[in-house]
Design a protein around this ligand. Structure first.
Ligand code: S3P
Length: 436
């Protein structure tokens, strides 16, 4: 199957971003581990990744019900906490599908259980580095076996008790810190993590809201073993999904899009910083707080974008948005240079390789480097047929390229977008961009 996207004359309207994927994973996992009350999670992410997390928690004995929320409201999950000691041995292998977040967060929980479990996923997931969680969990006392010298899934958790850890994290990864904090909740002693740079902090916010004894000192996180209180969570809209529409509006010659209910947590909103640096006409409206997370509506209009340099501590704050930033960079005035983004090489695809490959095919002067890319800018995106690299964010970035290019773009396997955003092509259609 494929879709063909062509540029509509104008791009106007209101879009509601679906529930945030990162917050949804955490809301279901942390509430499942909380003390035996029932939590309501509203606006749960409709993506397949969060369904993988939900199903794994159910296989581990957690009672979860899911009610559909209709087209514009996400589903509501009811999760009955079992407490930190209440999970039960699964009778089969646990399947995280395409989800790195599920795998790494669950590793922190499964490592310290008193039962055996096996965690695997799809072809892409089985190529992603797991040594980064296996090594520190092993230092904490976990017994884990895995493929390729304990670095690749499937991962086998033999269970056992854990000790706290003092750990200098080698990468600014929210998945890694969340894994170790989850392990630390029921370890003996304190878990102390030093981060090389800030990454998304939904775990810290939610664990603190649930009563965990977690302190932050600069970039260090200090956790005492803690029980969790159940909390209801209203999941904010996903800024990583909203980013596609922000870039579409900024790059289209006649556009004004209002994206409602966007989570603008400063550890996630690097895309807004980047678009402001590129001189986008982007405004945050009605800034408010929902369930401990800042939220706003984002208005974006046709802009005259400038190329920029993105590097250093900004990169983890927009890591998932770089494939679609590459679309903006192709049409912006002047060169865009992205550095310090070597983590892109170990995402759902090698996102440096996949982005450069389609950009070049579309006639864009772009070059990959070991830790980023250089995109010349001032170019028109040629049409044609493109693959989606089995990567939801690549497929959707190509969809946005189609919305702003003078030439139609055909994308193979568009269904991969459902990993995070099943409604994406429906919204493109409503905006008048879907031709076939
Ligand atoms: C996520 C963290 C990021 C991000 C991923 C979701 C999370 O990965 O790329 O899509 O929810 O913790 P890293 O923390 O490994 O960079």
């Amino acid at each position: 199957m494929s879709v063909t996207i062509a540029r509509p004359h104008s791009l106007r309207g209101e879009i509601v971003s679906p529930g945030d994927k990162s917050v949804s994973h955490r809301a279901v996992i942390f509430n499942a581990l909380s003390k035996t009350n029932t939590a309501q999670i509203t606006n749960f992410s409709p993506g397949a990744d969060c369904s993988s997390t939900q199903q794994i928690m159910q296989y581990l004995g957690v009672e979860i019900t899911r009610k559909p929320g209709g087209r514009l409201a996400g589903d509501t999950l009811t999760v009955k906490g079992v407490g930190l000691e209440g999970l039960t041995e699964p009778t089969d292998i646990l399947d995280a599908g395409n989800s790195g977040t599920t795998t790494r967060l669950m590793a922190g929980i499964l490592a310290g259980q008193n039962f055996l479990s096996v965690l695997t996923g799809d072809q892409s997931l089985k190529t992603r580095p797991m040594g980064r969680v296996v090594n520190p969990l092993t230092t904490m006392g976990a017994e884990i076996s895995a493929r390729a010298n304990n670095t690749l899934a499937p991962l086998v958790f033999h269970g056992g008790s854990l000790q706290g850890i003092n750990y200098n994290m080698p990468v600014a990864s929210a998945q890694l810190k969340s894994c170790l904090l989850l392990a630390g909740l029921r370890a003996d002693g304190i878990t102390n993590l030093s981060q090389p740079a800030e990454s998304r902090d939904h775990t810290e916010r939610m664990l603190s809201a649930m009563g965990a004894n977690l302190k932050k000192e600069g970039l260090d996180l200090i956790l005492q073993p803690s029980e969790l209180e159940t909390i209801d969570v209203e999941v904010p809209g996903d800024i990583s999904s909203a980013a596609f529409w922000m870039i579409a509006a900024a790059c289209h010659p006649d556009a004004e899009l209002l994206i409602r209910n966007v989570g603008v947590n400063p550890t996630r909103s690097g895309i807004i910083t980047a678009l402001h640096m590129m001189k986008a006409r982007l405004e945050l409206m009605d800034e408010r707080e929902v369930a401990g997370e800042p939220v706003a509506d984002v208005l974006v209009r046709t802009s005259d974008l400038q190329g920029i340099e993105l590097s250093g501590e900004t990169v983890p704050l927009l890591i998932d948005e770089i494939p679609v930033i590459a679309v903006a960079a192709a049409v912006a005035n002047g060169e865009t240079v992205i550095k310090d983004a070597q983590e892109l090489r170990v995402k759902e695809s090698d996102r440096i390789e996949s982005s450069i490959s389609w950009l070049r095919k579309a006639g864009i002067n772009a070059e990959g480097t070991t830790d980023g890319m250089i995109i010349a800018g001032n170019e028109k995106i040629n049409g044609g047929s493109f693959q989606s690299y089995d990567d939801h964010r690549l497929a959707m970035s190509l969809g946005i390229a189609g919305l702003i290019s003078e030439h139609p773009i055909t994308i193979a396997d568009p269904d991969v977008a459902a990993i995070s955003y099943p409604g994406f092509w429906g919204t493109i259609k409503e905006l008048g961009g879907l031709v076939a």
